[in-house]
Design a protein around this ligand. Structure first.
Ligand code: LLP
Length: 425
């Protein structure tokens, strides 16, 4: 019997065992060990296609926000679908080029771009720098001049919109470091002729992440379009309109707007305007396409609370500790075990190393594995070596096949580049 846990992804139980597409998850884990991230190729590309189809009539440049997941196989799968990338560092630029992304589909945000990063991106011939301040703009002008190039730039405006999401992933208000306030941005556009090596012809707006409602997006987009209209009246032509990312997904009982509902609201506003649309979805594409599998070590009961201790920790998946994020937790084998209410915790020496608080879960036997769902976005990409823990392996499943797409780190990897100086020997 096949039963989908969610209609939104390709992880499902078949005869009581969790499958990713056509592969039994436990058979993967037997080979890779734990903890491990597992991605469904089908779920990944289906989500890309959903956005693409919803906005097809304006043929947008869809730049996957690589910060959500920069695994090379994930990136390659998206490039094969026609994706570009939203990057935020020189490292992300190199990964984009490594998987064969078209430079003309790369946009580069970040409030702090170094001289070397700017020069590399100019050399690569990216589509747009999404500029976040005046000093950054001056730097790009100077570096482009030195390189005898003309580069295209969009200004990331800060629309001063408070999005209903976690404060740490809210970016569209003037209390945050992101973007340029409207009056400064307008001044720069009106003064655009003084720049010799940059052509300022785009507006970018990104107000935050995991935003499930349409209203804050529409408020930001309307603000940006009014801003563009004002510029047009003053004779400033805008070619690109980058509406960022931020679409929320289902972690438990969220009811986010669908890609189609979103496009139905956005597209009418673009009618009759000669604007090339750019989008930067990250979580929407990859969030539900990944799970994080961890092994239960044992349960500890201190008389007040029960703790289910697992071998994955906040170094592997920091979202619950950092944002209080919820990830569903299910066993790899559907379990008849009695349910207990417990905190699911990792081995890290921090009280914040908790995947779930007071969660009702089957008390599976020690050594059995659990899957944390919707872990494809900001999971592995935010992982660290805290507590000298090697980062987890990553696997991609496609139909009945699977492959390790990132090997588990070894101790050698962890001490690579470290040395003990002569004065300590
Ligand atoms: N564009 C820009 C300029 C961004 O800063 C971001 C995300 C995105 C696009 C993609 O946003 P998305 O579509 O994935 O929501 N680590 C946090 C999320 C941080 C988001 C950072 N910027 C988390 O785990 O919830």
């Amino acid at each position: 019997m096949t039963r989908s846990i969610h209609p939104i992804h390709d992880f499902h139980y078949k005869s009581g065992e969790l499958y990713c597409e056509g592969v039994k998850v436990s058979s993967i884990v037997k080979k890779t060990g734990t903890p491990v991230y597992i991605y469904s190729h089908n779920t990944l590309v289906e989500h890309f296609r959903k956005i693409k189809a919803a906005f097809d009539e304006v043929d947008p440049v869809i730049c996957f926000a690589m910060k959500a997941n920069s695994n090379l196989a994930v990136l390659k799968a998206l490039v094969r679908e026609g994706a570009g990338f939203d990057i935020v560092s020189g490292g992300e630029l190199r990964k984009a080029l490594l998987v064969g992304a078209e430079a003309k589909k790369i946009v580069y945000a970040s409030v702090g771009k170094t001289e070397a990063e700017i020069a590399d991106a100019i050399r690569a011939g990216i589509l747009l720098f999404n500029v976040e301040s005046k000093p950054e703009l001056m730097n790009i002008e100077r570096i482009a001049g030195r390189m005898k190039k003309t580069v295209q730039v969009a200004l990331r405006i800060n629309p001063d919109v408070e999005a209903p999401t976690h404060d740490k992933i809210n970016t569209g208000s003037l209390k945050k470091k992101f973007g340029i306030d409207l009056s400064t941005a307008r001044g720069i556009f009106l003064d655009h002729k003084r720049f010799k090596n940059i052509s300022i012809n785009g507006v970018h707006v990104h107000i935050g992440s995991q935003i499930t409602e349409g209203a804050p997006f529409m408020k930001a987009i309307r603000t940006a379009l009014a801003f563009i209209d004002d510029l047009l009246r003053d004779g400033v032509q805008i070619t690109y309109f980058d509406i960022g990312g931020g679409l929320g997904i289902i972690y438990s009982d969220e009811k986010p707007q669908t890609a189609l509902e979103f496009s139905n609201k956005v597209l009418p506003l673009l009618k009759g305007r000669a604007l090339r649309l750019i989008m930067e979805p990250g979580r929407f594409i990859v969030g539900n396409a990944g799970i994080f599998v961890t092994r239960k070590l044992y349960t500890k009961d201190n008389g007040v609370k029960k703790f289910m201790i697992v071998d994955g920790g906040m170094n592997d998946l920091v979202r619950p500790s950092m944002y209080g994020a919820h990830h569903e937790i299910i066993p790899l084998e559907r379990s008849e075990a009695r349910k207990i209410v417990c905190d699911v915790v990792g081995p890290i020496c921090e009280s914040a190393d908790v995947f779930a608080h007071d969660r009702k879960l089957p008390d599976v036997a020690d050594g059995k594995c659990l899957a944390l769902l919707s872990a494809g976005a900001y999971g592995f990409s935010m992982s660290s070596n805290y507590n000298v823990r090697p980062r987890a392996a990553e696997v991609m499943v496609k139909g009945g096949s699977w492959a390790v797409v990132q090997a588990r780190e070894t101790f050698k990897d962890l001490v690579q580049g470290a040395s003990i100086p002569a004065f300590l020997k």
